[in-house]
Write a protein that binds this ligand. Structure first.
Ligand code: B4P
Length: 188
């Protein structure tokens, strides 16, 4: 499986990516997780990413693309991968195509989890109480949703146009959403 997971912040990308990675035996690669791990480790990359993440803005492509290129070249991604949170802009999508072409492989599916902004905001505010993530405050969530609408939502049409888009309703119990995804993928 060579897939990307699309959807607004809080749609359940990270949650579902972990489950799908286990089921399909491919690594789940989350750009958000890699940035957070670097921030926690105090690396230069982490320090750079942290200021953008805390403000709800996208980390610049110059940082993000190189990081993904390196990660996709690791041996565990050779047989497949599930990219969670990348690409987030059309420029990143074009860059991903170039990376995959260099690796001699192609993207097979763009899986979009749909959920309205009201539901995702409630989920992220709930997570704020549990995990205390700096970007889960009401103001920053609003910015993240605006950035999503402007920069990431156009990817739906981009991948639909290439016949790769599969949309799954992300509202409901976590198990229920997982079943919907597995069912949708089994019909490809
Ligand atoms: P991410 O880490 O990708 O954060 P996210 O979009 O909020 O999604 P996440 O995966 O964490 O949450 P999920 O929907 O699973 O990005 C964070 C930041 O990193 C970005 O703002 C940006 O600054 C930077 N970044 C990342 N990738 C980048 C890129 N390519 N380019 C530039 N910058 C980039 O879950 C949210 C909550 O909902 C959880 O608490 C979960 O438990 C809950 N939940 C999930 N499914 C549920 C369900 N079915 N029902 C109820 N709750 C559910």
């Amino acid at each position: 499986m060579r897939a990307i997971l699309l959807g607004p912040p809080g749609a359940g990308k990270g949650t579902q990516a972990a489950r799908l990675a286990e089921r399909y035996g491919v690594p789940a690669i989350s750009t958000g997780d890699i940035f957070r791990a670097n921030a926690a480790g105090g690396t230069e990359l982490g320090k750079r990413a942290q200021e953008f993440m805390a403000a709800g803005q996208l980390v610049p492509d110059s940082v993000t693309n190189d990081m993904v290129r390196d990660r996709l070249a690791q041996p565990d991604a050779a047989a497949g991968f599930l990219l969670d949170g990348y690409p987030r802009t059309t420029d990143q999508a074009v860059e991903l195509d170039a990376m995959l072409a260099d690796l001699g492989v192609r993207l097979e599916v763009a899986l979009e989890l749909t959920a309205d902004f009201e539901v995702v905001t409630a989920r992220l505010l709930k997570r704020a109480q549990i995990e205390g993530r700096a970007d889960d405050t009401e103001d920053v969530i609003r910015t993240r949703l605006e950035v999503y609408a402007t920069s990431t939502a156009p990817l739906t049409a981009y991948y639909a146009g290439r016949g790769l888009l599969v949309q799954v309703d992300g509202i409901g119990e976590v198990d229920e959403v997982t079943e919907r995804i597995i069912s949708a993928l089994s019909h490809l």
